[in-house]
Design a protein around this ligand. Structure first.
Ligand code: ADP
Ligand code: MG
Length: 247
């Protein structure tokens, strides 16, 4: 089995407070892997460590075969990030935002133009390529963030609660886009959400986090097998979460 991401006792403290506590897990190449947990569980802190934005207090990890601590720039070159908050320029159009990012990555003008067109078409924003992003809906901004995260053709895409705050239609569109990128383009996706139903529908495997700790990892079906429901009814992931966190 070839692992795209491996963490060993990955830990982050803020003063005396532990935000991520000895996280050990493996993500396979091509997986759509979810971190599921309530607000404050440690999902964003985990993503920030794996994307080199925050240094671990202890433990180690490798991302795309590179050591997170020893080869952070190699890690950065093969990952894309869709942050929890919109991090692009409202005053710029989609094409201008993507050009700015492409230049940061040292891409050629031709490469930037070609990738921008493909990605804006996939993100259904090509029609809006010359419109300032400030006036976009939440869903459009998130799709632009996804395009921005993919511009340099990363092997791994990290998405932090990308559907939070979106209306139902935009949520579905973004999930579809994520699924397509994963299944058709073979991009390994790490996706955080607090929405159990979303994790259930979207992810190949899920790591359940609560209070900085990894509670359980498995496919949605495996996680549901962990608990027995009265009357033999199939449990929801919410039932699983409640059962596993109230032990
Ligand atoms: N920079 C920071 N300084 C202090 N505490 C932080 C910082 N970042 C996150 N935390 C705390 O760590 C915990 C986990 O936060 P976070 O990783 O953002 O959780 P999640 O993304 O699952 O909602 C929270 O209690 C949060 O308040
Ligand atoms: Mg978060």
């Amino acid at each position: 089995m070839e692992y795209e991401i491996e963490t060993n006792d990955l830990t982050r403290k803020f003063g005396n407070f532990t935000a991520v506590d000895k996280l050990t897990l493996h993500v396979a190449k091509g997986e759509l892997f979810g971190f599921l947990g309530p607000n404050g569980a440690g999902k964003t802190t985990t993503i920030r460590m794996l994307t080199t934005l925050l240094s671990p207090t202890s433990g180690s990890a490798s991302v795309g075969g590179f050591d997170l601590l020893k080869e952070p720039s190699a890690v950065r070159s093969i990952i894309g990030v869709v942050p929890q908050q919109f991090a692009l320029f409202d005053e710029l159009t989609p094409l201008e935002n993507l050009r700015y990012i492409g230049e940061l990555y040292g891409m050629s003008d031709d490469e930037i133009a070609e990738h921008s067109r493909t990605l804006l078409e996939v993100a259904e924003l090509w029609d809006k390529r010359d419109v300032q992003a400030g006036g976009f809906s939440g869903g459009m901004k998130q799709r632009l963030s996804v395009a921005a995260g993919l511009l340099h053709e990363p092997k791994i895409l990290f998405m932090d609660e990308p559907t939070t705050g979106l209306d139902p239609h935009s949520r579905i569109a973004l999930r579809e886009l994520t699924r397509r990128l994963n299944k058709e383009n073979g991009i390994t996706v790490v996706y955080t959400t607090h929405d159990m139903d979303e994790a259930d529908k979207l992810c190949d495997r899920i790591a359940i986090m609560n209070n900085a700790k990894l509670i359980e990892v498995g496919t949605p079906a495996e996680l549901k097998k962990k608990i027995q429901k009265k009357g033999g009814k199939e449990p929801s992931l919410e039932d699983v979460f409640i059962a596993l966190t109230s032990k």
